[in-house]
Design a protein around this ligand. Sequence first.
Ligand SMILES: Cc1cc2nc3c(=O)[nH]c(=O)nc-3n(C[C@H](O)[C@H](O)[C@H](O)COP(=O)(O)OP(=O)(O)OC[C@H]3O[C@@H](n4cnc5c(N)ncnc54)[C@H](O)[C@@H]3O)c2cc1C
Length: 422
Amino acid sequence: MDVAIVGGGIGGLTLALCLHEAGIACRVYEAVPELKALGVGINIRPHAMQVLGRFGIPQEMLKVGNEPHESVFYSSSGQLIYKHPLSRTAGYDVPHISIHRGDLHAILVAKVRERLGPQALCLGHRLTGFTQDDTGVDLHFADSASGAVLPPVHASVLVGSDGINSAVRKQLYPEEGLPRFGGINMWRGVTRRAPFLDGKSICRVGALQTGKIVIYPIRNFSDGTQLINWVVEIVMDVNTQNDWATPGHLADFIERFAHWHFDWLDIPQMFEQAEMILEYPMVDRDPLPRWSFGRVTLLGDAAHPMYPRGGNGAAQSILDANVLPGFLREHADPVAALQAYDAARVPFTTRVVNAARNEPPDTIINRVEEITGGKPFARIEDVIDPQELAAIAQRYAKLTGYDIETVNRIQAEQVRGASRPA
Ligand SMILES: Cc1cc2nc3c(=O)[nH]c(=O)nc-3n(C[C@H](O)[C@H](O)[C@H](O)COP(=O)(O)OP(=O)(O)OC[C@H]3O[C@@H](n4cnc5c(N)ncnc54)[C@H](O)[C@@H]3O)c2cc1C
């Protein structure tokens, strides 16, 4: 049995580590010819961190990233609405880490090369198509730089972890078309500056109705400054194809936040001091009824791209990677293994995609904005019962699998060796 993994992003690289751990041969085929630190900030919550923990990755991430200790929600006038503890401060046995996607990617690449050997990651291989029969799958590649056709690769199983614009998914679902636009445009940026609040907070401010900003530190520097990641969301129509590298422009969004000078953070100033700004539409895809066709399946964003507003995109790709090797070991027939993988993951991730659309943690700020009409309040208790706000956060955590009881139970089993692939 050998597995060809198409796409060396967060999910594909984690799958390589999990397959290797389970004693299954694999190789990762990645389109980009050269690895660069792409993207901006990403959050890995404890349910995914405990998978990475088996490979010593949290220790590496903590050297460069930031472990937040609270999630804080502010109104568009900068008033505190609600906060709750995060990570080990909340009692989790494993940390939540906010990190630059490029830093996490580099750690995963190094770990794959260290454990599987340098030949395990083949760069410059852009998948152009595949064929399969009862004996395996033939993968066809083009050289990303020259476009030249590369020799085909034969494998027992193909896993498409090639992201939201997946070529594998396109071949399985040729009529599907482009990702679905959610009516919100985003600008993502990073600013190096002094810490805000106490340097360990993930902060949501504003609301869907006013424009929303998510702000959190992703790198700590020895001079005491931090790299602060921020994401602006504004309801508007855009007609751009989603591309993680599209540059963004301050002038397109700063006006909306021109008066957001709060005593805990001067938001326009943070925008003006940005080192880099990217623009990206909020897109996802409708959940699929199945990912697996014979010996071919999907994983991560290729399978279940979701709105990036609940810290679950990368996490769910890591959780897919965690379970797939167990099914491949359990079933001698790869087709049966992939069907079992579908049964385990398709219904669960469908709920996560729908939760990101309809009831993400942002519901807390949106609900308060709806009630107050954006007017300042004297006491939040006069606006809404804080228990109602806590219930929104807890429901989302439970639904997507990072509630403390679930994570700590799995962690205890993992420590005992019970949840490792057989
Ligand atoms: C360049 C980039 C920047 C990103 N920046 C952010 C960010 O700042 N914040 C955030 O929250 N999320 C970001 N994401 C998305 C985030 O990584 C994913 O939502 C999540 O981690 C799930 O990971 P994944 O492995 O399923 O997909 P991805 O991490 O998107 O990885 C998919 C991989 O497949 C490769 N690929 C695509 N097509 C082919 C093909 N035909 N043949 C071979 N390989 C192919 C891509 O080059 C990529 O390496 C970014 C993704 C990319 C690709």
